[in-house]
Write a protein that binds this ligand. Sequence first.
Ligand code: HEC
Length: 255
Amino acid sequence: MTRLLTRLAQVSAMAVVALLPQAVNANSGMPLLHFSADSGNLPSVQRGARNFMAYCSGCHSLKYLRYERIGSDLNIPPDVLKKNLMFTSDKLGDQIKIAMPAASGDWFGRVPPDLSLETRARGADWVYTYLQSFYLDDSRPMGVNNTVLAGASMPHVLWELQGWQKKAEHAAEGEHGAEHGGGHHEGSPFEPVSKGTLNPAEYQGFVGDLVNFLDYASEPGKQARISTGLKVMLYLFVLLGLTYLLKKEFWRDIH
Ligand code: HEC
């Protein structure tokens, strides 16, 4: 019995590990901020969806996702969806395409990639850091660069919210700069140049909502998978108890 129980504990531990998301780190050498994406945080994912449609869907598609799926997964009624989220199309069954006509979809020499699988490809930490790492750089055609994606051709579309920042003096000398601290928050490789409409904590929250939404978009069925997994485990444990009682009942008169 003890052996059976130990084995069962091992198997369930393995099942639990299999349910956890894999941490992918495609780090380009810059230290990444840490963010554990939570696509189960419904209010955050809803805010992220609204903000994605407002700030990102002009250039980036989410071709594996349809509006009606967002509506049913995120409890957004169709009329609210149509009014507040659907800028790129008016049919609920449509995939989320970019608002720009195809011919002008080529931005600054690079086509903005589809972001359906972005958090799985790059990892949540990467996307979270990327959206906070645009800085002023005169050597770039748009005057902006990014520490995690050097030479990025995406403009800093959230500059009104975050404000502008430049590389901190110590950080410009090399990657180790970040370890010495300083900047507007501890260990930041940046120095603020101008204020945005959000304070740094609010901006982090804003970016966090976007990453949670992208994490949801990369696997819309995840919450259902987790809850099914937990139900199955619970069922198996109840069954184990019953089987044990049954075994005791069968052997009662034999011992
Ligand atoms: C004006 C068009 C435009 C807008 C608006 C825009 N992007 Fe981008 N984005 C781009 C382009 C172009 C690239 C490609 C950058 C490169 O590879 O140099 C890019 C790249 C990215 C990447 C990195 C992709 C990768 O893995 O290399 C992420 C993540 C991203 N954008 C997220 C966002 C989010 C989130 C928003 C909304 C807040 C947004 N973008 C709004 C044009 C845009």
